[in-house]
Ligand binder design. Structure first.
Ligand code: PHE
Length: 341
């Protein structure tokens, strides 16, 4: 049996030399020194030997086990070194590769449009006046000449809060009253941008929240001509110097007379297309001369002062400008949409 031990020893040694990976070394160990390995199985046969033979056998087995373990450790070190080198060579860093560009954020298309509009009004001397999103019924309706139960209230579907008479503003017009009460008796040139809220079915054309930019000019001798001239100048700067505009009579409770301004369609230049529904015109804002009652509510005497006001929707303007066919894209946070601007 001692011969058998030596034979296994030689075989194991030569097998070990051919093991060239960590996996091969692991299976060599399993076949040799492991609990079900050859050496271990042979060790168990010690019971078949005579008492006299056993010490020599045991001694030899232990020597062989130790020698094999040492041989394994040495071979493992060699194999590991080769593997490490291969890994380093394979994962070499190419320092000449260009760096990866970090993804930069960008402004939302609504913010961009707002800023474009602010810049034009700033050039014309209009300051930004920030007004609250949460309003009272009084400011949102009553002081704007829309009493309770007035049928004009149907024009604005309103979000009410649990506090009676406290609502989310349905338009930026209540800011007119805040601005007038703050500025009186100074002349006023302000724009009032901000989010508005309406309790409406969300569709491709209407959202429950959207921006408006209100404008207000109050002073002595302001006439409808000033309104037309100022808004025409805005439209030309926003949509192109050659752009035609037109005013159509309309009704708002807080302006008298009231109008809507259209610009010549920016996609077909007036010849008629799907966006302008083949009229050649796009409606972009509501406007009018500030109603005497509203001036009075703001603290200005309508005998002495006059003014004009207007309100436009920047998302609507962006939709026309970029040919966006669904307003829901603005607040649904889809990067595929947002990254286009
Ligand atoms: N507040 C009106 C709306 O929401 C727009 C408007 C503003 C009209 C100012 C005239 C003057 O529809």
């Amino acid at each position: 049996m001692i011969e058998q031990v030596d034979q296994l020893y030689q075989e194991a040694l030569s097998n070990l030399k051919t093991a060239e990976s960590s996996e091969a070394l692991t299976s060599w160990y399993r076949n040799t020194l492991g609990t079900k390995g050859n050496i271990q199985l042979l060790t168990r046969q010690i019971g078949q030997l005579t008492k006299e033979e056993r010490p020599a056998f045991g001694k030899r087995i232990n020597e062989v086990k130790q020698a094999l373990q040492e041989a394994l450790d040495a071979r493992t070190a060699e194999v590991k070194a080769v593997e490490l080198e291969a890994e380093i060579a394979g994962g070499a860093i190419d320092v000449t590769l260009p760096g990866r560009r970090r993804a930069n954020g960008r402004l939302h298309v609504a913010t961009k449009t707002l800023r474009e509009i602010y810049a034009i009004w700033a050039d014309m001397g209009f300051q930004i006046y920030r007004s609250r999103d949460v309003e009272t019924d009084e400011y949102n309706f009553e002081l704007l000449n829309i009493p309770q139960h007035h049928p004009a209230r149907d024009m604005w579907d309103t979000f009410h809060t649990t506090t009676p008479s406290v609502i989310l503003r349905t338009h930026t017009s209540p800011g007119q009253i805040h601005a007038m009460r703050e500025y009186y008796p100074e002349p006023i040139r302000v724009i009032l941008p901000g989010m508005c809220y309406r309790y409406e079915q969300i569709t491709a054309r209407s959202e429950i929240q959207f921006h408006q930019i209100e404008g207000l000019a109050v002073g002595r001798d302001i006439t409808f001509t000033d309104l037309k001239g100022t808004l025409t100048s805005f439209a030309r700067r926003m949509f192109g110097q050659e752009r035609k505009v037109r005013f159509r009579a309309n009704y708002f409770p807080f302006t008298e007379p009231s109008a809507e301004m259209d610009v010549e369609c920016i996609l077909c230049n007036g010849s008629g297309c799907n966006v302008c529904k083949h009229t050649g015109w796009l409606e972009i804002l509501g406007c009018g001369m500030v109603h005497p009652t509203v001036l009075k509510n703001g603290g200005y005497d309508p005998e002495e002062y006059s003014g004009f006001a207007f309100g436009m929707g920047p998302e609507r303007i962006a939709m026309l400008k970029y040919g966006i066919d669904d307003i829901r894209y603005f607040w649904s946070n889809d990067l595929r949409f947002l990254e286009q601007f």
